[in-house]
Design a protein around this ligand. Structure first.
Ligand SMILES: C[S@@+](CC[C@H](N)C(=O)[O-])C[C@H]1O[C@@H](n2cnc3c(N)ncnc32)[C@H](O)[C@@H]1O
Length: 310
């Protein structure tokens, strides 16, 4: 269907372009020989055609770009559910940037922990579904309303996933151990007093306890158990979560990491990390090289930020 739309737009553009050129040439030639004195509105025709062409082209490019991720207008909402925000968009941008790799990765099971409105899992499905129609998608959240809202968002986009209301992945761990090929997590990461973590309602969407790490630190070992040998893990963090420490912790479990997206907003400095199992990481002298690892991470973060400011 998408191919048909592209073909239709291509034909329309070609037609409009050639009509505009033909009219422009005809008007110029006729005026040159003094044969006709085209009225003002007729003389504006080529310009109008070109304008239509440009607008149509822009619309096509925009819709092509947006149809690859969830449409924000079709994302369901509820006052007790986290609305897609800068962090959600940065995570989807990271997946979008990695789309070709993700397709080549050929995942069989993809999962999101803490799905909220369903914006991220729906976008992941839309990114992969054309090339990989048989992937099984799972999304979890502790918030029952979020599970319902995610189902509504999925339905509004004509896609489906298994949505489970559970703490991290507790009721799925046995079934999914070693099977998840792609895991995405945008956890509650805001540094808050510890008692706010896991509170009822919307606060549980962002309250991350000391250094914003309470939920993150509980998620990491679960992800390690669920990921398949070739599994990839995308995690949203803030600089105040000490992402280099997170990478170091994961390195001790045998994972390599890199920054996929770095974004600074007025309120926060977001870093989207990607992890994958790496044989080389298992052999390194973990204790003595910690300090150099943190330095290396800081260097790569600075160069990442520099590139963005340029
Ligand atoms: C920052 S929001 C992200 C929502 C959505 N993924 C997005 O990016 O827009 C964090 C989500 O994690 C959920 N959450 C918090 N603690 C959780 C836990 N222990 N297990 C599963 N989900 C949790 C919250 O209810 C919330 O929906």
């Amino acid at each position: 269907m998408e191919d048909l739309i592209i073909l239709y737009n291509l034909l329309l553009h070609t037609l409009l372009f050639h009509s505009a050129v033909a009219v422009a040439v005809a008007v110029s030639v006729a005026s040159l020989f003094g044969e006709i004195y085209p009225p003002r509105s007729f003389r504006r025709l080529p310009k109008t055609l070109f304008l239509t062409l440009t607008l149509n082209l822009q619309w096509t490019v925009m819709s092509e770009m947006t149809s690859r991720t969830a449409d924000i207008l079709r994302v369901s909402s509820h006052r007790e559910v986290y609305e897609p925000c800068d962090d959600s968009f940065a995570l989807v941008d990271a997946l979008l940037a990695d789309q070709t790799n993700l397709i080549n990765h050929d995942p069989k099971v993809c999962m999101e922990i803490g799905c909220g409105s369903g914006y991220v899992i729906t976008s992941l499905i839309l990114l992969l579904k054309e090339k990989l129609p048989n992937v099984h998608y799972i999304a979890t959240d502790t918030n029952q309303i979020a599970a319902r809202v995610t189902n509504e968002t999925l339905q509004a986009h004509g896609v489906s996933a298994e949505v489970v209301c559970t703490d991290i992945a507790s009721c799925l761990e046995k079934r999914l151990a070693g099977l998840v090929d792609v895991m995405v997590v945008n956890p509650p990461y805001v540094p808050t007093p510890e008692y706010e973590v896991g509170m009822e309602g919307i606060a549980s969407a962002w309250a991350g306890g000391e250094n914003g790490r309470s939920v993150i630190d509980r998620v990491l070992p679960v992800v390690d158990r669920l990921l398949s040998e070739k599994g990839w893990f995308y995690l949203v963090t803030l600089t105040s979560n000490y992402p280099s420490e997170i990478c170091l912790g994961m390195r001790k479990r045998g994972y390599a990491s890199r920054i996929v997206v770095q974004r600074s907003t007025e309120e926060e400095n977001l870093i989207i990390l990607k992890f994958w199992r790496d044989k080389d990481e298992e052999g390194v002298d973990k204790e003595t090289s910690s300090e150099s690892f943190v330095k290396q991470f800081s260097r790569s973060l600075s160069s990442f930020m520099e590139k963005q400011w340029r």
